[in-house]
Design a protein around this ligand. Sequence first.
Ligand code: 5CA
Ligand code: ZN
Length: 418
Amino acid sequence: MVRSWTSPSLSPLPASGLPLRLHDTRTGRVAPVTPLTPGTARLYVCGITPYDATHLGHANTYHAADLMHRALRDTGLEVEVAQNITDVDDPLFERARRDGIDWEELATSQVELFTEDMAALRIIAPQTYRSVSEAIDSIISVVQKLHQRGRAYPVQAADAAGPDWYLDLGMDGALGDVSGYSEQQMMEVFAERGGDPEREGKRGVFDPLLWSAEREGEPAWDAGALGRGRPGWHVECVCIAGDALGLPFDIQTGGSDLIFPHHDLSAAHAVGLGRGFATVYNHAGMVAHEGEKMSKSLGNLVFVHRLVRDGLDPMIIRLVLMAHHYRADWEWSEAELDRAAERLRAYRSAAARGGHHPATVEALRAALRQDLDTPAALETLDAWASGRGGQDPVRTPDAAAPGDVAAAVDALFGIDLS
Ligand code: 5CA
Ligand code: ZN
């Protein structure tokens, strides 16, 4: 059983009505989020493939999801969050083989590191945190349902006893619904993001692998008429989201490298099931290092747990992340740490002074609700810390009690200023 992590203690502010406005990749616009079920927002966060520890790119993505979660709560909504773990996938098996360890052992150890990092960063834990290997029965029934609905077709495999099964995107015409990409844009990224455009026997180049026939040295499960094997990538998120949140739900989020194929094709799977998927598709920018996107396959990684082990306060990492709008692409550098450490010191000494600053609190809330505008929130906090933020004209008797700004920074941005 996969353990989620322990959430930080939460002290919400009294709820205030204005909705969260969020960028939707499908429409290209920032618009208010209106939950399908009044009173409850349902959020699906694409989780890690656990073959290497949490790097700052992951941290950026899960920080954005956390801000979304906190902003939705602040508008008075209940928030249901589900997140997956891609523990059955090629890169994980390759890494396990390279290191001569069992794939399950590798996944378990990396998930453990990830959950420690999430707890250190004070990211609110999802209510559902589920791996593919845990969800396998349910995934098999989704795959079988797509087969029964005529959406799956076999492609012979030279290195396996049975065929692989693909999803026929042509049947529903849903390709491109989320990304809006042209075929050429799709082609540019499909192969490097897990797709197999060259595979012979496919009906459409972007048809995704639904069920992969059993191969030597890989785990396999029995899927009845489809044979023994394991699921393709996109179907896991359709299944885990559907089980935890129901379909359709409100928001799917992840990094911008998931726009195509992953989010586009998971939505297409849902259409194949006769269901809707997310209402809003939201994406965080990519963090680069040494001139290239930080990625496990390139190895240009800065790990959260190393920074923390070396004595860095995780709140400094949150402040580095806040300095960049979540949708921006940016490059990590050491200099960022100094600026953020300086901010943390200034904010902590301002917080120790306490006091009431309702205009500052309102400005923080407004910034968060305007598409998670953390750079604007930092400007507000810089002004507050330097005494330019202004005091409430009516000084209340408990002005020396823990300040309202510190409480807001904790509730809205997950930063502990005590
Ligand atoms: N398991 C799938 C999602 S179902 C996956 O993409 N796993 S991952 O481990 O490769 O990435 C986990 C999350 O981190 C994804 O949302 C991905 O978009 C995001 N991510 C990965 N690299 C970066 C990066 N350099 N900058 C920002 N976000 C990143
Ligand atoms: Zn996913």
